[in-house]
Design a protein around this ligand. Structure first.
Ligand code: KG4
Ligand code: ZN
Length: 372
């Protein structure tokens, strides 16, 4: 790491948000990064019409937005190109056409300014969003990343090293929210809408099954956690599954809206929708937190983090707080502006890499799937 504190421009275009941010080193080991600007152009309005992200539309919109978003991030941070010591960009995972826009743009900026370019894994960004907000977490830490594309539990024993302990075997939690919202005839993205509707629903109205591994999943030869880290029972049960829950909601909706021959007889009423939303959400939150807290306890974690788009969920945040207080385990979640996709978190993860000796790289490409 250079002696001078680095000011860095970060770019994130992995899915349907065009984002740029300026993040700087502070020199304070306890709160190492300072967020100077964080600009996000959301494409929700474009994809809403289709009920989900359309990759081709997403990459075209990134092209339209990226210059303006980067300009605004520099302007809001009151910095110019010559103040930048490095550029960071999300390398993957994500939609390859979307990632390519950010990666090509970042390469050209870094090349023309003659400064290092730091490729960042999107999930490292979500994890490091916690440090951006709260300063360094007490280690070891168990961090759950819950987003539209991922539901993964990491164990962080050393700063900047993330060990995968558990993950979803099918749908991600955010994907389940989006699919259930679609079944209920609600908009996109479904998470915030279900979150809002659930507040007025009865969360015990429907006894949806708590997500469990299917028989086939349980018999898979390999658990996700490194061998020996967890007791065998927990090692297998720590992985998540949400497709059974989605199917249960689908069956219920069909039962309520069609006759024995599958003919549509009625629409769902508002209170039906609120009750289904609340019952679905109760089960998702329970599934996420039961495993995360149990694993954190086993691993002797000194803190627990939850990051990613679904960490914006009201019930997940509130229950995590309550469980944390009961267990004497400090719980960290990002502010809403850093929960869903943003470039500030990519900047934080890049500064971590520079702090640990990374020198930058121009020879990488966008990767749709990428291991952390
Ligand atoms: O992290 P993110 O912005 O993008 C990915 O990396 O996937 O997460 C987006 C996901 C979407 O599935 C969205 O429905 C979900 O986060 N989400 C929520 C809430 N806000 C966003 N899910 C539940 N409750 C919320 N309040
Ligand atoms: Zn994300």
């Amino acid at each position: 790491m250079s002696a001078e504190p680095v000011t860095l421009l970060a770019i994130e275009t992995s899915c349907d948000e065009t984002a740029a941010a300026v993040v700087a080193e502070t020199g304070d080991p306890a709160r190492p990064w300072l967020l100077k600007s964080n600009v996000v152009a959301s494409q929700d309005a474009i994809h809403r019409e289709w009920g989900g992200v359309v990759p081709e539309l997403a990459s075209r919109q990134h092209l339209r937005d990226i210059c303006g978003v980067v300009d605004r991030a520099l302007e809001q941070a009151s910095v110019t190109w010559t103040d930048l010591g490095a550029v960071a960009v999300t390398q993957g995972p994500g939609l390859v056409g979307s990632l390519l826009v950010g990666v090509s743009f970042a390469k050209s900026i870094a090349w023309s300014c003659g400064i290092p370019l730091v490729p960042v894994h999107h999930l490292a960004g979500h994890i490091e969003s916690l440090v951006l907000q709260h300063g360094e977490l007490p280690l070891p830490s168990a961090v759950l990343v819950v987003s539209g594309g991922h539901t993964s539990l990491y164990f962080v024993r050393e700063r900047g090293r993330y060990e995968l302990i558990g993950r979803t075997r099918d749908d991600a939690a955010g994907e389940a929210y989006d699919k259930v919202a679609r079944l209920l005839g609600l908009g996109y993205p479904g998470g915030p809408i279900i979150d809002r509707l659930a507040k007025d629903g009865n969360d015990r109205a429907y006894p949806f099954p708590v997500s469990r591994m299917t028989h086939a999943d349980r018999n898979q030869p390999k658990a996700t956690a490194p061998p020996g880290l967890l007791p065998p029972d927990l090692e297998r049960s720590v992985d998540f599954s949400f497709s059974g829950l989605k199917t249960a909601v689908m069956r219920l909706v069909k039962e309520k809206t069609t006759d024995g021959q599958g003919r549509r007889t009625r629409d769902l009423g508002t209170s039906d929708i609120q009750d289904i939303a609340a019952s679905f959400q109760r089960v998702v939150v329970e599934a996420l937190l039961d495993r995360t807290f149990e694993t954190a306890r086993w691993l002797g974690a000194r803190s627990l983090g939850i990051a990613g788009g679904v960490s914006a969920n009201t019930r997940l945040r509130a229950e995590a707080e309550t469980r944390g207080a009961k267990a004497g385990l400090p719980v960290f979640v990002p502010p809403l502006s850093l929960s869903t996709d943003n470039a500030a978190m990519i900047g934080a993860a890049a500064l971590r890499k520079l702090q640990q000796g990374a020198t930058g790289d121009y020879g990488f490409n966008a990767e749709a799937s990428l291991a952390l």
